[in-house]
Design a protein around this ligand. Structure first.
Ligand code: CMC
Length: 433
């Protein structure tokens, strides 16, 4: 009779243990009973970078990396991308269900009316050097918000949690636009509550000398769609950072700021910026074979940026949608000259044994940067454009973590490999190295 258990024999002692299997997992804590003696700490799991460790139960986002499936609360990303709007998706991720028209109207009203930031935030922004990266400005100003909203520390209180979540989602475009304006030496533009979430953000970026800047509807829809695609992606590096920092019961601004820090890295949200730099470095379609050769030989530790994913071992479903949107955007903006290099690079890589064998396919970042550039954003803003929508996922995941009775302060174990106990050596007795 099959049983949902795992039987482990410890060959050091000959003892056998039976460990329950739940949802295809064993609790690694159950290994602690496996000891060679009374003073043994017990068996642990060693899993650097969490390659095979689930850190939580989550009902928010489902990914099947082999089949290229991504679902938010059960809804396929392709359907949401085609039929929904970013704030509707935000509501879904935060609340578990699609909103009714009334619920959506209320949510949009709430978000729209929390877009302003305290005037001192502008002074804070002004403290940065003219060439500060907008991601470092964003991470710092989001962390600073906890100083403006002391009520944010009441993380156990749903009412307080929801206010901070609304503020975070609403203010992120304002802070992002301010960081852009600072780096361009342009005056800050206040939010316009008559505009949609995306149109307001674009207006704060673009308006200059006139209040009548009009966003092209194709570009507004394209950015809204890109925001949908980036809204959540389960336990990635930045979300894990938000959950880990949040597990100390710190306020959500501090936790989300940690997420922005993680997203800044070139292996995560910084990858779309790196893709553009890579395409520029390649410079011409004729140079692609040499570049691929350099990547394969590991020369200069080159990687094909925008390729590969920890979870997707097939085409990233977000990349498929983005490729389609790119054509619509380029019809309005004109084609990004780097597109030809990207398309040819993808074609060659998808036929190359090195990439095929390792299941390396284009990810969400491969084409998104080309769209952002065509829309007039400098590369430094690309990870910022990722951080704005991902704030929704971070908040949903943070709240799920706070409400989960199984969660505690995150505190992994280590395998100590340093020096054994030894006595302090006085300065005059230390041999020169
Ligand atoms: N170019 C060349 N080789 C690669 C690449 C790449 N982009 N990605 C992975 N590999 C190779 C890697 O060298 C290794 O080869 P080998 O087995 O010979 O040592 C093999 O493929 C497995 O790679 P890995 O580093 O063990 O995979 P990982 O799951 O640790 O890394 C990744 C995932 C996304 C960090 C990595 O694929 C990468 O660095 N990609 C480029 C950066 C990028 O596009 N990041 C955006 C990720 S999607 C957006 C997001 O969610 O943040």
């Amino acid at each position: 009779m099959p049983k949902d258990t795992l039987t482990i024999t410890d060959n050091r002692t000959g003892k056998t243990y039976e460990v329950p299997i739940e949802n295809g997992c064993i609790r690694t804590h159950a290994l602690r009973q496996i000891k060679v003696g009374d003073d043994d700490f017990g068996l642990m799991g060693y899993d650097p970078a969490f390659l095979n460790t689930a850190n939580c139960r989550s009902a928010i986002t489902f990914i099947d990396g082999d089949k290229g499936i991504l679902e938010y609360r059960g809804y396929p990303i392709e359907q949401l991308a085609e039929k929904s709007s970013f704030l509707e998706v935000a509501y879904l991720l935060l609340n578990g269900e699609l909103p009714t028209p009334k619920e959506l109207e209320k949510f949009i009203h709430l978000v729209t009316h929390h877009t302003y930031v305290h005037e001192n935030i502008k002074t804070f922004m002004d403290g940065f050097r003219y060439d500060a990266h907008p991601m470092s400005m964003l991470a710092s100003t989001v962390a600073a918000l906890s100083g403006f909203y002391p009520d944010a520390k009441h993380t156990k209180d749903e009412h307080h949690r929801r206010i901070q979540i609304t503020r975070l989602i609403a203010k992120m475009p304002t802070l992002a636009a301010f960081s852009y304006r600072h780096s361009m030496g342009l005056p800050y533009i206040y939010p316009d509550n008559d505009l949609s979430y995306v149109a307001n953000f674009l207006a704060m970026i673009r308006r200059i000398g006139t209040a009548t800047y009009k966003v092209h509807p194709t570009l507004e829809r394209a950015l809204d769609l890109l925001f949908i695609l980036h809204a959540d992606h389960e336990q990635n590096c930045s979300t894990t950072s938000v959950r880990t920092v949040g597990s100390s019961e710190v306020d959500p601004y501090s936790a989300v700021s940690a997420g922005i820090g993680a997203l800044y890295g070139p292996l995560h949200g910084g990858a779309n910026e790196a893709v553009l730099r890579m395409l520029r470095e390649i410079g011409h379609v004729s140079k692609i074979p040499d570049f691929i050769k350099a990547v394969k030989s590991g020369e200069g530790e080159k990687k094909l940026m925008g390729f590969g994913h920890r979870v997707y071992k097939s085409y990233d479903p977000r990349a498929k949608v983005i490729k389609r949107v790119a054509d619509e955007v380029f019809e309005v903006t004109g084609k990004n000259p780097l597109l030809d290099i990207a398309v040819e690079l993808e074609r060659i890589a998808l036929q190359d044994e090195y990439f095929v064998k390792r299941k390396l396919y284009p990810n969400v970042d491969f084409y998104s940067g080309l769209i952002y550039e065509a829309m007039g954003f400098p590369v430094e803003m690309f990870p910022v454009l990722f951080a704005i929508p991902r704030t929704v996922g971070w908040c949903a995941q943070w709240e799920e973590m706070v409400k989960d009775p199984e969660q505690k302060i995150a505190r992994p174990r280590q395998i100590y490999v340093g020096a054994q106990r030894r006595d302090y050596v006085p300065m005059d007795k230390r041999a020169a190295k």
